[in-house]
Ligand binder design. Structure first.
Ligand code: NAD
Length: 284
């Protein structure tokens, strides 16, 4: 692997048509056969990127996302890999290079919950969440970084040598009883993202994160499926509605595009105001 030299600062973002902001770019989205990852993969494709859809189980759901990507006129491909396995992640990026030539955008999105009261939290649950949510992002971001450094900036494609978007959570800030493993993984993502952003910015690699609040996906069905649960959830959301995967997808398109070229090391909270301490709205 050859290491590119830091690129001198220059150039402003070209004006691109909003609906094809990502033309000519190649994206890898992990955990893309469900929920937020699915929405982001389709959103990037609609913005003109070719997309590899990573998943760990669920061939049919992955194939359906690829079909939708192709309907938007982009190229799509599904790839099964466990993001917590170094060998599988390495093989996935090899396949990405063979199929698409390179990678310009990584959305490290795969994640899960294994909840337990703290005193009952098994090491297995702790390790599972940390290995997928945090180590998985590290492994994918390291592979993407190696490819970005090898290739460098291609000005006709993007001002940047590459973009990494880490899917974090409001729980990188908000403590969460009964979910210590999950909150720890997201707190870890915050400093992983910021440390990568600081180290890689001189190479024109932009690393940022999205911190969703409550988004309607299978990970949190119990929080929105019944009217009672939804009403309880809304006490935490000043904006008064649950988020949809498309709310996250639109932000991911922007963060991956040259329209956000000066955005480096930032976490974009997309949470309907959940992190505004709504409990204080009526006093405190
Ligand atoms: P989801 O369960 O619908 O999707 C999770 C995806 O990750 C699935 O495609 C799953 O197959 C994949 N995955 C799990 N383990 C994997 C592994 N080892 N290797 C590869 N893929 C794996 O949930 P979601 O809500 O779409 O979650 C996506 C991301 O968004 C997660 O990182 C989650 O923590 C984060 N998030 C979600 C919410 C929300 O309200 N839905 C809020 C904040 C953060």
């Amino acid at each position: 692997m050859t290491t590119a030299q830091p690129v001198p600062a220059s150039s402003t973002a070209p004006s691109l048509l909003p609906h094809k902001l990502l033309s000519g770019q190649k994206a890898l989205v992990t955990g893309a056969n469900s929920g937020i990852g699915r929405g982001v993969a389709i959103g990037l494709a609609q913005a003109g990127a070719d997309v590899m859809v990573n998943y760990v189980v669920g061939d049919e759901a992955a194939a359906a996302v690829v079909e939708e990507i192709c309907r938007s006129g982009a190229r799509g491909s599904a790839y099964q890999a466990d993001v917590s396995s170094e060998d599988q992640v390495s093989a996935m990026f090899q396949s990405m290079r063979e199929q698409f030539g390179t990678v310009d955008i990584l959305v490290a999105n795969a994640g899960l919950q294994r909840d337990a009261a703290f005193r009952d939290m098994t090491l297995e649950r702790w390790n599972k969440v940390l290995s997928v949510n945090l180590t998985g992002q590290f492994l994918c971001a390291r592979e993407a970084t190696r490819e970005f450094l090898r290739r460098g900036v291609v000005p006709e494609v993007s001002c940047a040598a590459g973009k990494i978007i880490c899917m974090s959570s409001v729980h990188q800030e908000v403590p969460w009883a009964g979910h210590a493993n999950y909150a720890s993984s997201k707190g870890g993502i915050k400093l992983l993202m910021e440390s990568m952003a600081q180290e890689l910015a001189p190479h024109r690699i932009r690393v940022n994160a999205i911190a969703p609040g409550a988004i309607r996906t299978p990970i949190n069905t119990a929080a929105w499926q019944t009217p009672e649960a939804y009403a309880r959830l809304m006490t935490l959301v000043p904006y008064g509605r649950i988020g949809e995967p498309e709310d996250i997808a639109r932000a991911a398109v922007w963060l991956a595009s040259d329209h956000s070229d000066y955005v480096v090391g930032t976490t974009l909270f997309i949470d309907g105001g959940m992190t505004l301490y709504p409990g204080f709205a009526t006093g405190g």
